[in-house]
Design a protein around this ligand. Sequence first.
Ligand SMILES: Nc1nc2c(ncn2[C@@H]2O[C@H](COP(=O)(O)OP(=O)(O)O)[C@@H](O)[C@H]2O)c(=O)[nH]1
Ligand SMILES: [Mg+2]
Ligand SMILES: [Zn+2]
Length: 361
Amino acid sequence: MNTLSEYGFTDRIRDLFSFTFPSAVPTPGHPALEPARAIRADRGRVLLITANGPLHVDTDGTVVTGDWVALARISDDDAAPPAVVGLLPRYSTLQRKKAHDPLSEAQVLAANVDLVGVVVPIDRPLSANRLERTLVAAWDSGAVPLVILTKADLSSRFDEVVGQTVERARGVEVFTTSAEAGDGLDALHSRIGVGSTLALIGPSGAGKSTLINALVGCHAQDTGEVRAGDGKGRHTTTVRELIPLGAGSVLMDTPGVRGFALWDAEDGLEAVFGDIEELFGHCRFTDCAHGSEPGCAVQNALGTGELEERRWLSYQKMQRELAGLHRRQSVAEQRRHGRSFHRMAKEAALAKDFRNRFREG
Ligand SMILES: Nc1nc2c(ncn2[C@@H]2O[C@H](COP(=O)(O)OP(=O)(O)O)[C@@H](O)[C@H]2O)c(=O)[nH]1
Ligand SMILES: [Mg+2]
Ligand SMILES: [Zn+2]
């Protein structure tokens, strides 16, 4: 079997590759470019899967797990390894906000993920606010989120928790699994699909590695009991790495990643809070601040209980946060590069357009 296709190299990626790098076809004097995927990245050191198997390369740090790259022999020395000479445009990026960064820069953790599985252990379910925030960030990545409840065998309030989660997930598919009992694994497996990459996110101990092992059917990842006392055994998986699941489906664990950044999350907000944004159109005044204005559809919905107060507060909080983030970003960007906000917005629109076209294609 072609190892590249095991890691998600489909006809679509092949087409995108030859579209992006027309020189993939060799001409006299120009070496052929070869596709490869980064399956692990540790700062500049990247493990690639190529048509000829794995290859370690040193990069400047821009290549992240999941990236598709172009390789070329840039040295006349036949024994010299090929080098990364290009990067395929990313159709999705998982990023986290760098802690304590006044410029609010984000760190890209992974690229070209199709599905983000928000892993929630059934014995300690996420708060509604936290689930909403995670789903907004997951939509924002460009991937499609799923909610994966784990450890179904541990809950006596199974139906109740599943019902609550489905309600809070607002149309995002919810899968219920038990790695222990083997329940729900086939349904999840078939949802991933050929050539797709599913990244699992969730707190340490949520059961991500155990679920990956159960899906792969072998010990691809170390799992850990949390030892009482010294706490050792936590984070036994220390790298973000792609794991082939067979038939071109790929999994990614994200150990130690607590949450993703809200970055450019307007799409995500719309996906998770679309019902609220829909209400805005029904307020009497187009510039309604949804406070004490007469004829406010939001206040009406809060009054009738149709809109939960908690969700409205959660939405407002995220809105404020994003507005602040955008202000800081645009000021920082303008200072650094002297670029106009207009141009940034245009670039973002182009990237989004590309993403959408790629998803449709
Ligand atoms: N009972 C039960 N325990 C599970 C299940 N999945 C994971 N666990 C346990 O939960 C703990 C944390 O699992 P792990 O996969 O290492 O979590 P991770 O940090 O998210 O990768 C381990 O002790 C697992 O044995 C499950 O389906 N049922
Ligand atoms: Mg783990
Ligand atoms: Zn209003």
